[in-house]
Design a protein around this ligand. Structure first.
Ligand SMILES: *[C@@H]1O[C@H](CO)[C@@H](O)[C@H](O)[C@H]1NC(C)=O
Ligand SMILES: *[C@@H]1O[C@H](CO)[C@@H](O)[C@H](O)[C@H]1NC(C)=O
Ligand SMILES: *[C@@H]1O[C@H](CO)[C@@H](O)[C@H](O)[C@H]1NC(C)=O
Ligand SMILES: *[C@@H]1O[C@H](CO)[C@@H](O)[C@H](O)[C@H]1NC(C)=O
Ligand SMILES: *[C@@H]1O[C@H](CO)[C@@H](O)[C@H](O)[C@H]1NC(C)=O
Ligand SMILES: *[C@@H]1O[C@H](CO)[C@@H](O)[C@H](O)[C@H]1NC(C)=O
Ligand SMILES: *[C@@H]1O[C@H](CO)[C@@H](O)[C@H](O)[C@H]1NC(C)=O
Ligand SMILES: *[C@@H]1O[C@H](CO)[C@@H](O)[C@H](O)[C@H]1NC(C)=O
Ligand SMILES: *[C@@H]1O[C@H](CO)[C@@H](O)[C@H](O)[C@H]1NC(C)=O
Ligand SMILES: *[C@@H]1O[C@H](CO)[C@@H](O)[C@H](O)[C@H]1NC(C)=O
Ligand SMILES: CC(=O)N[C@H]1CO[C@H](CO)[C@@H](O)[C@@H]1O
Length: 486
């Protein structure tokens, strides 16, 4: 009788054990999502992973992989749309290698295109549609849950970037191990977002005060709280379009000359451009008789003149369109006064990183560093930075001065609020951009309601563990007693 009792006790014990480890195993079964960021100059793919257990629905999504697509941005394939689809395959193949086969069919995959495609759509909307159609065709050949390729608006781009940063920094909700629950950190810790791309730039933040009479507001309900953020996207104010517009303005000022002085390019650096290149972007296409004949070639001759560069760049903004209004950036665009801390990423970060200006330097130091950099000759630069892309190296002076003008003259940061900007690319181990916020929203991973239902779950897991250990000990004791009596 005793051995059979023993056997049944052991059987129950084993079953319980399976059951318990089964629960634990499910806790760690990851889920995946993928987002393509199709920018104006290049495309990147991000693979995200998160625990599928309930508790961490509000927990942390991590970035498993990022992959840079070879070649230019998808808008460059206007004349050969199938190539746009093909260009994504290498990264897709790479991404599928990190997702277990049995999970691939459930992986949501999104593609969001930004300002490069917004511009192409303005130029030729059927070409833009064809590119998106070809991408859709390619994606559908893959064993994933493709959820569409679309052009996101500038306001979405700004808002999702803001969500990404604050999600990664746990500004919305944070797990408190002490209280075994999710708590809301101080609202004052929510950061604003500054994003600079190739063709557009975005600013998003929560303005001080609650009066909401502006147009560009986005309202979200996240974890039970309402957020009203101001967000604006400036098309044609990305850095590559800015460099093009700058060249065009300098050429217009130089009238019919074929040799034009460029204050932002290094001394001894020459660049020859064709006036016809201005017609490929709506940002530089306003027809102007001074640009004819439009297939003329012009040589831009670097002057390395820092102050001249700032002057030339300021002319790309129409500050007088704001009149006397303080709540205005340029071109008559409304913006409430900046408020709080800001996270400046993408090209804000890359340019300042190259200049070693991401360590919280004062505005005076930043200005001085940029000024000094601008006066360095091409010979000096190309020998000092042989590793740097030679197409990018001559543009840092223009880019850096552009960043200063945008942040100081347009957005109205000053000596003291300058210190509230951090220049950073990552938060934790994830890259900062709009993609994570986009996926979080589209997969409903940020609930509108407070995670109240979750409150009981952390303790219950502990309770299960304690119960299990107690049971194991008790069963062991019973087995031992039975054995001893036999
Ligand atoms: C727009 O793009 C389509 C498809 O690429 C092309 O056939 C058409 O000629 C383009 N139209 C213009 C005005 O460039
Ligand atoms: C909001 O923007 C639209 C379009 O730009 C404009 O027609 C409208 O007057 C604006 N409303 C306010 C309150 O500024
Ligand atoms: C730049 O162009 C000017 C005029 O054509 C020429 O004199 C100068 O030598 C060129 N500089 C370089 C570095 O090629
Ligand atoms: C450039 O402008 C001309 C005339 O204003 C227009 O016909 C042409 O379609 C425009 N091209 C682009 C690329 O916007
Ligand atoms: C402009 O320069 C390119 C090479 O840099 C040349 O192929 C083209 O013929 C030139 N165009 C004109 C109008 O001179
Ligand atoms: C730099 O540019 C400014 C403004 O255009 C001009 O006044 C100044 O003379 C230039 N300096 C040099 C050294 O060329
Ligand atoms: C700036 O904006 C004002 C008001 O909209 C306009 O009258 C002026 O022509 C603009 N200036 C330039 C240089 O575009
Ligand atoms: C940044 O700092 C590194 C290391 O101190 C230095 O080698 C590099 O020249 C600096 N870059 C610039 C643009 O000053
Ligand atoms: C800087 O701007 C803030 C508002 O953003 C203002 O309160 C502060 O007085 C300004 N500081 C200086 C030195 O102008
Ligand atoms: C998130 O998605 C919902 C639809 O699922 C949409 O109504 C909402 O505006 C989106 N949020 C943002 C920030 O765009
Ligand atoms: C069960 C589990 O994985 N819980 C995690 C949920 O997320 C918080 C915050 O990141 C972690 O601390 C928990 O360990």
């Amino acid at each position: 009788m005793c051995p059979s009792l023993l056997r049944s006790v052991w059987g129950t014990f084993t079953a319980l054990q399976w059951c318990f480890w089964g629960i634990l195993g499910a806790e760690h079964s990851g889920r995946y999502g993928m987002v393509f960021d199709a920018g104006s100059s290049h495309t990147s793919l991000y693979v995200y992973e998160w625990d599928s257990d309930k508790e961490n629905d509000t927990g942390v999504v991590s970035q498993t992989l990022s992959c840079d697509v070879q070649g230019p941005g998808i808008s460059s394939y206007a004349n050969n749309p199938p190539k746009a689809g093909d260009s994504l395959k290498e990264c897709l193949d790479k991404a599928l290698k990190v997702v277990p086969t049995e999970k691939q069919r459930d992986v949501p995959v999104y593609l969001g295109a930004t300002a490069g495609m917004r511009l192409l759509r303005l130029r030729n909307s059927s070409a833009a549609d064809q590119i998106l159609a070809e991408i859709t065709k390619t994606m559908q050949e893959y064993p994933v849950a493709f959820r569409g390729a679309r052009i996101i608006t500038g306001e979405e781009e700004g808002a999702y970037g803001w969500i990404t940063i604050n999600y990664l920094l746990e500004s919305f909700t944070k797990y408190s191990p002490k209280a075994h629950t999710w708590v809301r950190p101080e609202a004052a810790n929510i950061l604003g977002a500054l994003d600079l791309g190739g063709a557009s730039t975005q600013i998003s933040f929560i303005p001080k005060g609650s009066v909401i009479n502006w147009n560009e507001t986005s309202r979200f309900m996240l974890y039970g709280y309402n957020y009203n953020i101001y967000t604006h996207s400036y098309l044609c104010y990305g850095q590559n379009e800015m460099v093009k517009r700058l060249a065009k303005e300098l050429i217009l000022q130089g009238e019919e000359l074929v040799l034009i002085e460029h204050p932002c390019y290094p001394k001894d650096y020459n660049e020859t451009i064709s006036l016809s290149s201005f017609h490929t972007s709506p940002c530089t296409n306003a027809s102007d008789p001074r640009l004819s004949p439009s297939d003329r070639n012009v040589t831009l001759e670097g002057r390395g003149n820092a102050s001249g560069c700032l002057v030339a760049i300021r002319k790309l903004f129409n500050f007088s369109a704001c009149g006397q209004s303080q709540d205005c950036t340029f071109d008559g665009v409304y913006q409430p006064p900046i408020s709080g801390q800001f996270f400046a990423f993408s090209a804000f970060y890359y340019n300042f990183k190259f200049l070693n200006l991401t360590e919280g330097q004062s505005l005076a130091t930043v200005r001085e560093t940029i000024e000094r950099f601008c006066t360095r000759s091409w010979e000096d630069l190309s020998s000092s930075y042989p590793e740097e892309n030679p197409g990018r190296l001559p543009k840092y002076c223009a880019n850096a001065n552009y960043i200063l003008t945008l942040l100081l003259d347009a957005y109205k940061f000053n000596e003291s609020s300058w210190n509230n900007i951090v220049f950073q690319m990552k938060a934790g181990s994830a890259d900062v951009g709009w993609t994570l916020g986009y996926m979080l929203n589209l997969t409903n991973m940020i609930p509108a309601e407070a995670p109240g239902l979750l409150k009981g779950q952390a303790p219950s897991l502990w309770a299960a563990a304690v119960a299990f250990i107690t049971l194991t000990l008790a069963l062991g004791l019973v087995a031992l007693l039975l054995l001893l009596r036999v």
